[in-house]
Design a binder for this molecule. Structure first.
Ligand code: HEM
Length: 240
């Protein structure tokens, strides 16, 4: 994002977009961070692609177990949720470890979330439903956990489509920010989708881990929002 977009959009983007690397006022000066090294982004890009490459290789080499279709659908679902958590973790990590440059990676992680979500949907549509549109629509209507996953993917689409600098200029930063707050609903829907799917098997151990991680990440944001609200109220009562 360039400097012409509003500073409000820089301050704390919900998730999908690249943040500014400009140091916020009050943040201590530190030597040029190794996170700003030009090699970091390409390395991160390759790392983000590794799970996909590994699954692709597994499908080709037939090492995905007795049910490769299920393994692919599940693994891409898991990676979608992991990338969603990573994307949401950027802002708290920036603050906790005083690492503003981490914002450079937010857009890439957000787009990888979408990439894995689309791969997940395509694995399901292809391997589970043979791309039969009527069967997919019937399945979405019949199984609530599929409906919830679909809703999450549908909501994720405009976020991915507007994660570019030009979209922020075109929409205006407050409208852009309002749209990108949908990431919180998406995280909730993703978790509900996972919970619902696992509840059929009475297996909640992994779901509980994601619930704690997302609870901490969303709780951090809620706290910041409360603090900002309190500060505004205090400032306006001081003026009066
Ligand atoms: C942001 C959107 C989504 C997220 C975060 C997500 C996440 C997940 C996760 C974490 C799992 C469980 C993997 C495991 O058991 O290890 C899963 C399974 C699954 N998801 Fe999704 N999903 C999403 C969207 C969708 C969509 C759009 C569909 C289909 C229309 C879908 C269909 C499925 C199916 C069929 C399974 C496997 C069920 C089974 O093996 O019994 N998901 N998903």
């Amino acid at each position: 994002m360039d400097a012409t977009a509003s500073t409000a959009a820089h301050a704390d983007r919900p998730a999908m977009n690249l943040g500014s690397t400009t140091r916020a006022p009050g943040v201590a000066s530190r030597p040029r961070s190794r996170w700003l090294h030009p090699a970091v982004k390409p390395v991160l890009f390759v790392l983000c692609l590794m799970p996909f490459a590994w699954l692709f290789y597994g499908a080709w080499a037939n090492t995905l177990g007795a049910n490769p279709a299920e393994a692919l659908i599940r693994a891409t679902g898991d990676w979608t949720l992991r990338f969603l958590c990573l994307t949401l973790a950027i802002s708290p990590l920036r603050q906790w470890f005083n690492l503003p440059p981490l914002a450079r990676f937010r857009r890439m992680l957000g787009l990888f979330t979408y990439f894995y979500a689309v791969s997940h949907f395509l694995s399901y549509a292809w391997l589970d439903q043979s791309f039969a549109l009527d069967a997919i629509v019937r399945d979405i209507a019949k199984r609530p956990f599929i409906l919830v996953g679909t809703l999450a993917l549908v909501l994720l689409t405009p976020l991915a489509a507007t994660s570019f600098n030009r979209a922020i200029k075109w929409m205006g930063s407050s409208r852009w920010q309002a749209l990108h707050r949908a990431v919180y609903a998406i995280a909730g829907l993703g978790l509900l989708h996972f919970f619902w799917m696992r509840s059929a098997k009475n297996d909640f151990s992994e779901v509980a881990i994601y619930a704690v991680v997302l609870g901490v990440l969303l709780g951090w944001r809620f706290n910041r929002w409360l603090a900002a609200k309190r500060a505004t109220a205090a400032a306006s009562s001081a003026v009066r």
